[in-house]
Design a protein around this ligand. Structure first.
Ligand code: PLP
Length: 336
């Protein structure tokens, strides 16, 4: 193989890389609790555990991947800083990781970013670059910063160090619950479930991994069915952290998810709201729709388990507007 061809071959991500990520992020990212959920267990007939990934200081698991990616930069890259165009939990995670590691970060956002998110990003010392009306403008601004200032773009999911960072969740689950039979999480770009499913399938092919998305705008779900990356139209959803495409040039997460994920399902909005209401009423936690989708799916019997199964739901984040949370759960509080 000549050098040119070699450059086109993307490195394969292994569980070894995920162990190395664990070592890299340990000084910056604490291990999260895995808690038993009595009421969900009773309703489902399986033993249900919740992995509390909303307890990171950034409010979501994405800090794992962001810290891992930033730690892998060269000294020159570290000096020139990082940039990204995600307005959601990845943007917050990159800003926080840069702050912890003493690097410059510029987060490019469209004019539509909610004030709570832009305030959070700025409070972390990152520069916020307002770029225009669309997400495409924000992306273009990012590439401009790369060209003009030599900043490194940190992609939200399709990147080996991001995937390995998120995969450390899988290692923690196995430490606490070695006889896990199934792991369920929200599925968007697939960074979260790529890392976790690599760990689970390497450990035992019998451990099921399941990805859940909202009904409208589920890019990975549609891509899996089409057998190639497709673009989809987005609509408002309670699981806003699951919106966004998977990239027409997807290199890592699409093939990893295609190979390792056992099931991908679409979940309606009312079920997501029920999940949020149940976690509020029975676990006393306030989490975003993307984090409650698996709880809702269990409650509404989208998933069936064998008695005695040990099932882990990834409670992926808590960055939700409190008024939006209150109005989402109100209709369901007396049903859950
Ligand atoms: C990003 C995110 C997800 C989905 O992760 P992907 O790697 O994009 O599949 C799920 N939940 C929350 C809260 C997120 O921020």
């Amino acid at each position: 193989m000549n050098d040119e061809m070699q450059a086109l071959v993307k490195p394969k991500i292994t569980v070894h890389d995920i162990w190395k990520a664990r070592k890299t992020i340990t000084p910056y990212v604490h291990k999260t609790p895995l808690v038993y959920a009595p009421s969900l267990s009773q309703k489902s007939g399986a033993k249900i555990y919740l992995k509390y990934e909303h307890l990171h200081l950034s409010g979501a698991f994405k800090l794992r991947g962001a810290i891992n990616a930033l730690c892998h930069l060269s000294e020159k890259q570290k000096a020139q800083g990082v940039t990204t165009f995600s307005t959601g939990n990845h943007g917050i995670a990159v800003a926080m990781a840069a702050q912890q590691l003493g690097m410059k970060a510029t987060i490019c956002v469209s004019n539509h970013v909610p004030k709570s998110k832009s305030d959070f990003i700025q409070s972390l010392g990152a520069e916020l670059k307002l770029t225009g009306a669309s997400q495409d403008d924000a992306e273009a601004a990012c590439y401009q910063l790369e060209r003009d200032k030599g900043m490194t773009i940190i992609p939200p999911f399709d990147h080996p160090e991001i995937i390995a960072g998120q995969g450390t969740i899988g290692l923690e689950i196995l430490e606490d619950l070695p006889d896990v039979s199934c792991v369920i999480a929200g599925l968007s770009g697939g960074g979260l479930l790529s890392g976790i499913s690599l760990v689970m399938k390497q450990t035992s092919p019998n451990i099921r991994t399941i990805g859940l998305s909202m009904e409208k705008g589920a890019a990975m779900y549609e891509s899996l069915h089409a057998n190639h990356p497709v673009t989809v139209n987005e609509s408002p959803t309670l699981a806003d952290s699951l919106l966004g495409g998977i990239g027409q040039e997807n290199h890592y997460t699409f093939p990893i998810i295609q190979k390792n994920l056992d099931e991908a399902l679409l979940i309606p909005e009312a079920t997501i709201a029920k999940g949020m209401a149940h976690l509020f009423a029975h676990q006393h936690i306030i989490v975003e729709g993307a984090a409650a989708i698996s709880t809702g799916a269990v409650l509404d019997h989208y998933l069936t388990f064998n008695p005695g199964d040990h099932v882990v739901l990834i409670i992926s984040g808590c960055n939700v507007d409190l008024n939006a949370h209150a109005s989402a759960i109100r209709p369901y509080l007396d049903q859950v």
